[in-house]
Design a protein around this ligand. Sequence first.
Ligand code: UDP
Ligand code: MN
Length: 594
Amino acid sequence: MSRFRQRLGAYLLALVFVWGGMSWLFLMWTHLESDGTRLPGKTERHQGDSMLKGEYRIATGREDVDNATVVFRGDLPPEPMPNEPDFDVVRHLFNITRAVTPRRAKETPACLQKERHERIRQQHHRRETEAEGCETGGLCRALLLRRSPQTSIIICFVNEAWSTLLRLIHSIHDNTPPHLVKEVILVDDGSSWDFLGKPLDAYMARFPKVQIVRARKGLGLMVARTLGYNYTTAPFITFLDSHCECFPGWLEPLLTPLATDPKVVTTPCIDSIDKNHFGIGVGPDALVGVVEFPTLQFGWRIAPPRERKRRKSKLEHVRSPAMAGGLFSITREFFDLLGGFDPGMKIWGGENIEMSFKIWMCGGRIETPICSRVGHVFHSHNSYQGLRSGTFEAGDANNARVVEVWMDDYKKYFNHYRRKVRETRYIPGDVSERQKLRERIGCKSFSWYIENVYPEVALPGDGIYSGEIRNEAFPKLCLDMMTSKEGGHPAMFGCHGQRGTQLFDMTDLGEIVSLNRYLARVHGGVLSNQKSNWGSRKHVWDYKDKLIKRHDNCLTLNATLHVVMEKCSGKTSQMWTWNYHRPRRKNVLRIEEM
Ligand code: UDP
Ligand code: MN
């Protein structure tokens, strides 16, 4: 008995030692990790040979370089603005962030109305509940985060409002674990508003990690971002627009995937901040970013069946064929490999599509961790006027560069669009450097991208069935979408051979599309055109034995020459022909196959 007691005592003692030892190790480890200075060489190790120390400037003072003036941290004493709002009061009123002030003077009284606060408060509450399951706790998570390398944050701005810019910086300050951020580089891309000069320098001096780089003249978004990038020193890079609000827990999920796979590019879920009252509208989770053809415009959809099947839980990240482009994290290693932004692109637009294509085609992927949420003010581009004339022309020229460099023989689908719609704006300029870059990295083909990343695409002219849709009973008449305005009704029209509203493509999902509007069945056998969200069975069709049908109902040209849905009987007025046909893509999953 006493021997047993002795042994028990020894066991307990040993247990205490082991436990004590482990706790000590754990504490040491986390302590070391949280304090970068205790682990010299760690970042260098991660960054690899391409990131030799000394290659990047250390911030110590003010300097003038070729095309920019740089204000370094510590350069100015923090001074409150003479008319600086009392942020505690504002925050209390709005119950949201430390940095909201009305954008325009005339908004002040309205902003302070009680009812409006209540609405914003409720929206916040909703946002928080919606993020359920995203809590940052948990030992494993905490450990993982401590091990994450740091990010530099790059924010370009041009004539940004004081309130929105401060809202962003304060939200980063408040809602980001400090050890994850090496520096915040603010790039002033040639703003003309006075308060964005000295007053901003003075205000930002209170944030030791914020550094301001000023372009001498407007460089355009892509070149400005590259300028900012040249001042970054961390292994990860995070880009943000200048009118965002980062919500708690926004950064951690963006960085953790990068730590294990340097070719992942992460983008947050973007909530919209209202441009008038600055309240937050919570966007649906798990939206997928897409690019529309031939406009190369970016858009959002709900996840296609293939992606819905791939995701095992509501909290699993979403993969997107394209990203909005303003907000993302990327490893320095991958950013460098991809050749950063195209310096031949001007002002705004197209760079997100270039990034998206090359990320996928050159071995990476775009993922949105569900728990990372950042608000963004979707504004009109009026504030650029005068300062940035020609923004939209520049966007088209930038898109032309994307087509020339990345789209291989898919370029042919742009011929018509190019000729008819934007002839004068399709000016890619010299793209030889970018073509060489693509060759050097050895990226996959554009058809690989379509086949594997974006097989649900509606690319005008490239459908399973494509061309005009003629009715056998009236072969001179073509189905015509009539209008691209949503909710319009398709009708029959003399065939004109000019494509446009008479060019129809059936996608691999079974949707029938013309000019980005989708043929949809609405009540009472009526047809209309709608936007696609990849989720609606009303948009899915079968084409077999010349019948365009859904279950037992067929597209029919009735006695009054209206296009309607009727029971299938196989009569000639239900028979339709298309010009072209190709096999269905292997990787696509239709709704009924889920
Ligand atoms: N921007 C810039 N230089 C430009 C145009 C835009 O630095 O020539 C900045 C702008 O201030 C913003 C970001 O780039 O922070 C993205 O522009 P914007 O918000 O207009 O794009 P959107 O979100 O509307 O697509
Ligand atoms: Mn923006």
